[in-house]
Design a protein around this ligand. Structure first.
Ligand SMILES: O=C(O)c1ccccc1NCC(=O)[C@H](O)[C@H](O)COP(=O)(O)O
Length: 202
């Protein structure tokens, strides 16, 4: 089970996530988010991932930045992946991939009921709730695993207590969490991170 911890902003929590077994880290650059990171904070998270002897994917997560600007930012700061959230078009993904080959698409099934992995040429599809980073649970019965295809990640309202049931119900290739491993908006809790990763892999 591939596990991504999103909304990281400092060395301590990034290093803790890696030590606890995370496969991927996310850094949010969205000024309205309580997890908005500066380039210096992004550099801390990337450095913590690079210090590991495992390959850790570090994703720049954006929802309003123009796709080209986001891809250039991700490339220039040294991210592995660009995660585009929300209403980006297929052409945005094509343009972003010219600059950074690994681009993930994050969107909600409520908004896009016919979703399929790879339809925008993305490396991975992240199936999220309607309000990214809100911690709000959503109706997992909307998920049709066969339609979604392979390699997709589940996100939205997950936490250490519900992630095992959510995995059993929807059979994703991986999970992504932000609010569910925080003690307050934007403030990660190391114990919750450890518990989340253990529960996802149990
Ligand atoms: O986390 C945010 O504040 C955020 C803001 C704008 C765009 C995306 C954002 N987060 C993206 C993520 O990948 C979250 O981990 C995902 O939406 C799940 O969030 P949560 O329900 O809080 O676990």
């Amino acid at each position: 089970m591939y596990v991504k911890i999103c909304g990281l902003r400092d060395t301590t929590m990034a290093a803790h996530s890696v030590a606890a077994g995370a496969d991927a880290l996310g850094v949010v650059m969205s000024p309205r988010s309580p997890r908005h990171a500066t380039p210096a904070q992004a550099a801390e998270v990337i450095a913590a991932a690079r210090a590991s002897d495992r390959e850790i994917d570090v994703a720049l997560v954006v929802n309003r930045m123009p796709a080209l600007e986001a891809a250039e930012t991700a490339r220039d700061l040294g991210f592995d992946v660009l995660q585009l959230h929300g209403s980006y078009a297929a052409a945005d993904f094509a343009a972003a991939r010219e600059i950074l080959p690994r681009v993930w698409r994050a969107t909600s099934l409520a908004q896009h009921p016919g979703l399929r992995s790879g339809e925008f040429g993305e490396e991975r599809l992240l199936v999220d709730g309607a309000f990214p980073g809100s911690g709000e649970a959503w109706d997992l019965s909307l998920i049709d695993g066969e339609r979604l295809g392979r390699g997709w990640l589940l996100a939205g309202g997950l936490d250490p207590d519900n992630v095992a049931d959510a995995i059993a119900a929807s059979r994703p290739a991986g999970v992504d969490v932000s609010s569910g491993v925080e003690r307050a908006p934007g403030e990660k809790d190391p114990e919750l991170i450890t518990r989340f990763i253990r529960a996802a892999r149990a």
